[in-house]
Design a binder for this molecule. Structure first.
Ligand code: ADE
Length: 217
């Protein structure tokens, strides 16, 4: 999967995407990340990317020309890619969306907004708009990386135990939470591992786990 990220702060991306499992996915040739600097598409000698909003209001907006020029460049690299705009105005992002992207998309282009926002006309060049939660961040880079993380870990060959996907949190219905797990020691500062897990009785363990999942719903 080819993943391209358009950002004014591309230096934010590599430290996250080039670490641990996200890096391993790249090392194994499962994904390929590229970072596109929005500044390179700025206007004039000063490479301007923002301007004041029509109708007045605080702050600056990302202008349409640099955004669309960067998206068109990314599309040339990967014409079938799905263009995603992380925005508080988007659809609430859930595990089912991660699953859809992991199975259906061969390439993703993320458009990371900054400042107080962006010229709304950019949405005509975007396929999907996602909100990662009901709070506002300073830019789209963190949401983009969260979406990338959730998609890449679902790609075949990225995680070890793929059978665990079936019992994973949110996997079947965007709601069910994984049951709690424990490892050694059996007791730590008076806190004990639930007895049933030490019995070796698979049936009882399975029903205890199912009860835990129900309780989290
Ligand atoms: N940009 C700023 N806040 C955001 C959010 N909650 N989700 C997606 N993009 C955002």
């Amino acid at each position: 999967m080819k993943i391209q990220v358009i950002s004014l702060f591309p230096e934010m991306l590599a430290p996250v995407l080039e670490t641990s499992m996200l890096w391993k996915a790249k090392d194994r040739g499962i994904v390929d990340y590229s970072y596109i600097s929005l500044r390179d598409y700025g206007l004039g000698k000063r490479k301007t990317v923002d301007d004041t909003p029509y109708g007045g209001g605080d702050g600056m907006l990302l202008m349409i020309e640099p955004l669309v020029a960067a998206i068109e460049y990314a599309k040339q690299q990967d014409p079938n890619a799905i263009v995603i705009l992380p925005t508080p105005r988007g659809k609430l992002y859930k595990q089912s969306e991660a699953k859809n992207l992991a199975t259906a998309a061969s390439g993703l282009i993320f458009v990371c907004a900054r400042y107080e926002g962006y010229d709304e006309r950019v949405t005509d060049w975007v396929d999907q708009q996602f909100c990662i939660g009901n709070y506002v961040l300073t830019g789209g880079e963190l949401p983009a990386m969260i979406i990338i993380d959730s998609v890449v870990r679902l790609l075949p060959g990225v995680l070890g135990g793929e059978q665990s996907a079936e019992i994973e949190s949110f996997q079947s219905d965007d709601k069910t939470i994984e049951f709690p797990q424990y490892t050694r020691p059996e007791e730590f500062k008076g806190k004990k591992v639930p007895r049933v897990l030490l019995t070796g009785h698979h049936g009882e363990i399975e029903s205890w786990r199912q009860i835990q999942q129900q309780e989290n719903k």
